[in-house]
Design a protein around this ligand. Structure first.
Ligand code: PRP
Ligand code: URA
Length: 208
């Protein structure tokens, strides 16, 4: 389980509790998703490769660094959308590639409905963004798509995971780092994380 990173950062735990609260309305919910995504991505990108560059300051010359690898942000629609903007502000050179999946309510299997990836890969590191890792079906399917595309390194950045989702993703893709704010107790009979936060898409977009 060395690739599973559950944050214990006080800011993340504080914001996660506000996010879970059933009284939190969509506007505040979106703000918290955005902020949590930035903090989690900060932790998830701590091992990105750097390249040395020469920098001229008003006082002289020094050596600095620039990110070496091209990064792709891959939100899983819909709920992953809310995680994009904040992270993108921190790394404006990233590309954003959307993947559209929804869970079939009966089988809980992911159904793909949007994928405009070009034939050849354009990024080296992909951050899959989705607040919820429930059965893991959506994350496994997205990782399959990205590996087939040719992405060299893939990380999953989520907010809440179920043990079932962690197991499915690590078994299918043991090379993928998983960064989340919490691993909850279990999935209920309709595939929702308990205690979780409910439906992350509905709570962001006011559709519940
Ligand atoms: C939710 C969530 C994940 C998926 C997780 O999306 O945002 O994508 O379920 O479940 P899994 O791990 O069992 O695959 P949903 O299918 O509800 O679509 P939405 O984001 O469009 O509401
Ligand atoms: N998707 C959600 O939005 N919430 C869950 O608890 C599980 C899947």
């Amino acid at each position: 389980m060395e690739r599973v990173h559950v944050s214990n950062h006080p800011l993340i735990l504080h914001k996660l509790s506000l996010l879970r609260d059933e009284k939190t309305k969509p506007k505040k919910f979106r703000e918290l998703v955005r902020e949590l995504a930035i903090l989690l991505a900060y932790e998830a990108t701590a091992d990105l490769a750097l390249e040395p560059v020469d920098v001229v300051t008003p006082m002289g010359e020094t050596q600095g660094y620039t990110l070496k690898e091209k990064i792709g942000l891959v939100p899983i629609l819909r709920a992953g959308l809310g995680m994009v903007e904040g992270i993108w502000e921190m790394m404006p050179g990233a590309e954003v590639w959307h993947i559209g999946l929804y869970r079939d309510e009966r089988t809980l299997r992911p159904v793909e409905y949007y994928n405009k990836l070009p034939v050849d890969p354009t990024v080296q590191v992909c951050l899959i963004l989705d607040p919820m890792l429930a059965t893991g079906g959506s994350a496994v399917a997205t990782t399959n798509i990205l590996k087939k595309w040719g992405a060299q390194r893939i990380k999953f950045v989520g907010i809440i995971a179920a043990p079932e989702g962690i197991k499915a993703l690590t078994e299918a893709h043991p090379d993928v780092d998983i960064h989340v704010a919490a691993v909850d107790d279990h999935l209920n009979e309709i595939g929702y994380i308990v205690p979780g936060l409910g439906d992350a898409g509905d709570r962001q977009f006011g559709t519940g």
